[in-house]
Structure formats: structure tokens, C-alpha cells
Ligand binder design. Structure first.
Ligand SMILES: Nc1ncnc2c1ncn2[C@@H]1O[C@H](COP(=O)(O)OP(=O)(O)O)[C@@H](O)[C@H]1O
Ligand SMILES: [Mg+2]
Length: 243
């Protein structure tokens, strides 16, 4: 566990390359950054600059070619498969750009699946928690709908409820408003931002400059490395945001 004043995520000189036959793609090149607890951090950069690659390394879905990642004081690379699985399950809530819901499960079942098989909660508790989480993201009454019966914004909310079901320290959101209309996008951002307290952090990656205005910390990513950073102790209220 980190102590007060320390970053929750610390990345030092991380590189990630993908070998594709004769060609090597350098997705990340010596990225160094810190993410603090109780803050909304936005990583801003154009398409192809390495945002998703970066989230995948932090989320323990992929491993870097070079460099170090510490999360909550633990070094991710040193973990064996079992530790990595525990890390992903306990510490990370991942909100994928295209939701990644299980199509043949209802909204409720998508959330219950995690509560039952990842969190191992007793079945009565599974049902109660799923209802509570879906209510929290504004989906009361839509619990028994399948993903195809829900709009993009509603599917995104199921995906947020699913990520929150683990009560993770770290919420990673990949272009969370990319597929959404303006009003729904603001609602989603509000939900995400409200998570960054009690030692937790939310890390949003986006190409949308407007979204950076709600962040306490903005990291500009270009061609796989950090171009510059800005701190903003008084981020804009989400209701005033326009894009
Ligand atoms: N699995 C992969 N294999 C090969 N190249 C990849 C892979 N994932 C990402 N890349 C490449 O790495 C670069 C960064 O990709 P990505 O992290 O998806 O960028 P962003 O999310 O900012 O759009 C791109 O050039 C992309 O084509
Ligand atoms: Mg991406």
C-alpha cells in the first residue's frame, strides 16, 4: 500500500513494441508518468499515440517491453500469472471503448457475473448488489434488457456498473464518451469523476480536448511519450462542459 502523498500509479520509462513480421511498431516510447489518488487524470492524445496500449499495461492485460509500473506500491512486472489475475480482479475496473458486454446476458447478469464469479459473493448478496449498482448508474427498470436492447449510453453505464462492482482502487476508462451523444457523455463523465475519492483514482484516455477540462491532472501523450503535463486544482464542473 502507498502512504499519503505518494502516487497510486507510477510508470518509469516504459516502452512497448509490437513485432509484426519485419516491421516493429513502437506504441510507447519511454513513457514516464504519475497518477495520484483522489484525482481525475486525463491522458489526452490523437488516435494512434498509444493511449489504449498504455491502459492495457496499467490494467495488467499486456506487459511492457521495457520499463517499470508500480500500482499502489506493487510492481506489476514482478507478478506471476496468479498474482496478475488477482491484481486485475481486485485493483482494476476497466471500462472498454466498445463496452465489451457479454451479449447473451442481460444488464443485470453482466454485473452479477462479476459479483458471483470474481467477487464470490453469496447469491442473495449478488442480486442485491447488482440492483444497487445498476440503480446508481441510472438503469433502474432496464435490468433485464440485453445489450442489443440498450442504447450506447446505457451499455456504457452497464459497463461502468460492472467495473464498479469490484470496488477497485483504479478505474481505467478508454474513450468513455467516444460512442455517446453529448448529454449522455456528460452524465457518464459525471459518474466517472465521482469515483475519484477515498484514495481511488480515475484515469480517462481520450482524444477530446474538452474532456481534459474536468481533470485535476492532464497528461499530453504524443507518439508514445509524454509531451507535457498540466495540473488543475479546480477542474471545470461537468455541467459547464461543452463539446
Ligand atoms: N496488438 C498490436 N499489434 C500491433 N500494433 C499495435 C497493437 N496494438 C496497438 N498497435 C499500434 O500501436 C500504436 C498505438 O496504438 P493504440 O495504443 O491503440 O493508440 P490509441 O489508443 O492512442 O489510438 C498504433 O500504431 C497501433 O497500430
Ligand atoms: Mg485507443
Amino acid at each position: 500500500m502507498i502512504t499519503a502523498g505518494e502516487p497510486l500509479i507510477r510508470i518509469d520509462n516504459m516502452s512497448k513494441s509490437y513485432k509484426m513480421g519485419e516491421v516493429t511498431v513502437h506504441a510507447l516510447r519511454g513513457t514516464t508518468l504519475r497518477v495520484n489518488p483522489d484525482e481525475v487524470t486525463v491522458i489526452l492524445g490523437p488516435s494512434g499515440c498509444g493511449k489504449t496500449t498504455l491502459l492495457n499495461q496499467i490494467g495488467g492485460i499486456d506487459s511492457p517491453t521495457e520499463g517499470m509500473i508500480w500500482v499502489d506500491g506493487r510492481e506489476i512486472q514482478g507478478m506471476n500469472q496468479k498474482q496478475l489475475t488477482n491484481y486485475r480482479q481486485e485493483s482494476i475496473g476497466f471500462i472498454f471503448q466498445f463496452f465489451n458486454l457479454i451479449p447473451n446476458l442481460t444488464a443485470r447478469e453482466n454485473v452479477e457475473f462479476v459479483l458471483e464469479y470474481v467477487m464470490n459473493l453469496p447469491s442473495k448478496e449478488v442480486h442485491r448488489r447488482a440492483e444497487e449498482l445498476l440503480d446508481k448508474v441510472g438503469l433502474k427498470g432496464r435490468e433485464d434488457h440485453y445489450p442489443f436492447q440498450l442504447s450506447g449510453g446505457e451499455q456504457q453505464r452497464v459497463s461502468i456498473a460492472r467495473a464498479l462492482s469490484k470496488d477497485p482502487r483504479i478505474l481505467l476508462a478508454d474513450e468513455p464518451t467516444g460512442e455517446l451523444d453529448y448529454t449522455t457523455g456528460k452524465m457518464i463523465l459525471g459518474l466517472l469523476a465521482s469515483f475519484a475519492n477515498e484514495g481511488r483514482c480515475v484515469l480517462i484516455v481520450t482524444h477530446n480536448k474538452e474532456i481534459a477540462k474536468i481533470a485535476h491532472h492532464v497528461i499530453y501523450l504524443r507518439d508514445g511519450s509524454v509531451l507535457k503535463e498540466e495540473k488543475n486544482p479546480n477542474p471545470m464542473n461537468i455541467k459547464d462542459l461543452e463539446w
